[in-house]
Write a protein that binds this ligand. Structure first.
Ligand SMILES: Cc1cc2nc3c(=O)[nH]c(=O)nc-3n(C[C@H](O)[C@H](O)[C@H](O)COP(=O)(O)OP(=O)(O)OC[C@H]3O[C@@H](n4cnc5c(N)ncnc54)[C@H](O)[C@@H]3O)c2cc1C
Length: 408
């Protein structure tokens, strides 16, 4: 088989890339190892409205949306000290990730992209003699049948968190230390939910290296999850529900109706994401926000650029690394500073003890830092917020006081 552009993985980044690559009648084939796109899902599905607009998805079908009420977030320290950040209109949607991924796949197919399901790419190489990439594909429906082969001048790797193929050809995809264990339950009968606010709980004991979230999707149903750099994510989430003093009363009648897990990529941003004939995008390139692990918008923006560069490369019959480096240059221009600032903030958060979190939250409340956050930036563009916070006299004073409590 031959095509112009091959894409590994029909996650949101692969399909967004495919839609762009398909421009100018470029032939695009997406290979997806799963039988059913987006299933099982592993994501909380909290996606900013401004971000959706940037990736061309400002009007999603109602059937995909689980909530469109989120106007802000409440942040909690281990002792329950909290502050909230509110805006006056909807900031984020909560989507069903399986339906979201399927919607994007249908969109790609309706513009002429071919998606092969049950097709796992097990090997990828750039052949210098033919100046093309060659993919070896295992048919998961008929595992004993011979491997299929696909040749394409360009391959976009959007295989998600493992970055297995990307690593096999020398890319520096997220390492184990960048992949946090994530676990999430969909829970009914949760009390005291405010449908307009996402809740974020910071505690080294419960979710070291990250945080625990409660994302309401109705008055009594929420997605509750956490990620941690430690082991036993399931034990920690169960502890949060049953024993964590500041919330346990809200889960007394809780009924878990779905359990899902996955790996959240944090701080795994890759420096080089292209070479001869190949580009890497999405989680496989570590293009996620280190503060929240969110990667649909940041990876999506990069995926769109990868698709555009692929289409251009086919038109200009030039797939050399120098040409594909346009992808690196363009995604870095819009994302790199933002993602780096978030990494810095994650680095600082990861050094706070629970006592330091309590002190920091008290300072935030006393100095009304929630209001400062409200004024600056948004969910995806956090650099401005972070820089403003770090320049605040109260934060500088606090940092000096906290120095003895910081774990270096
Ligand atoms: C618990 C959790 C909660 C999250 N919550 C949010 C959130 O609220 N908001 C947000 O923006 N992000 C969130 N994320 C992150 C988000 O899910 C990812 O950033 C996003 O899915 C990345 O998309 P992707 O297309 O790069 O990878 P994926 O969505 O993982 O898609 C990769 C696809 O490639 C396929 N594939 C892999 N290898 C091969 C192969 N060799 N051959 C063929 N196919 C292959 C996979 O089957 C998969 O379909 C969360 C992640 C986790 C784990």
């Amino acid at each position: 088989m031959e095509t112009d552009v091959a894409i590994v993985g029909a996650g949101p980044i692969g399909t967004l890339a495919a839609i762009q690559a398909r421009r100018n009648e470029t032939e695009v084939i997406v290979l997806e190892q799963r039988a059913k796109i987006g299933f099982p899902d592993h994501c909380a599905g909290l996606i900013s409205k401004t971000g959706l607009k940037k990736i061309g998805l400002d009007s999603l079908p109602k059937s995909i949306i689980q909530s469109e009420k989120i106007i802000g977030a409440k942040f909690y320290s281990p002792d329950g000290t909290n502050f909230k950040v509110t805006r006056n209109k909807t900031q984020a949607l909560v989507v069903d990730r399986t339906l979201f991924d399927q919607y994007l796949a249908n969109k790609a197919e309706s513009c002429g992209v071919t998606i092969f399901r049950n097709s796992k790419v097990i090997d990828l190489q750039y052949k210098n003699d033919i100046k093309k990439t060659t993919l070896k594909i295992k048919d998961k429906l008929h595992p004993s049948s011979p491997l299929k082969s696909l040749t394409a001048p360009i391959t976009i790797i959007s295989e998600g968190r493992t970055g297995r193929l990307a690593k096999s050809i020398g890319f520096n995809s997220p390492k184990k230390k960048h992949r946090l264990s994530g676990i999430q339950y969909l829970i009914e009968n949760v009390s005291e939910l405010d449908t307009q606010f996402v809740e974020m709980y910071f505690s080294n004991f419960i979710s070291s290296g990250f945080f625990t979230w409660i994302i309401p999707i109705s008055e009594n149903t929420a997605k509750v999850g956490l990620a941690t750099s430690d082991k036993d994510a399931v034990f920690r989430l169960n502890y949060f529900l049953k024993k964590y003093t500041i919330v346990k009363h809200r889960f007394q009648k809780a009924k878990i109706i779905k359990r899902y897990g996955g790996e959240v990529i944090v701080n795994g941003l890759m420096k080089n994401t292209s070479t001869d004939g190949i580009m890497v995008a999405g989680d496989a390139a570590g293009q996620t926000k280190a503060t929240t692990g969110g990667g649909v918008i940041t990876g999506g923006l990069a995926g769109i650029i990868a698709g555009q560069v692929a289409s251009l490369a086919i038109q200009e019959k030039n797939n050399c690394s120098k040409f594909l480096n346009k992808y690196d240059t363009q995604w870095k221009a819009i994302l790199r500073n933002q993602l780096k600032a978030m990494s810095l903030f994650r680095w600082l958060l990861n050094r706070l003890t629970d006592e330091a979190f309590n002190r920091a939250f008290k300072t935030a409340v006393e100095n009304d830092l929630g209001k400062l956050i409200e004024k600056k930036g948004d969910i995806d563009s956090q650099a401005e917020i972070i820089l403003s916070l770090l320049k605040e006299p109260a934060v500088i004073k606090l940092a000096l006081k906290l120095l003895p409590m910081i774990q270096f």
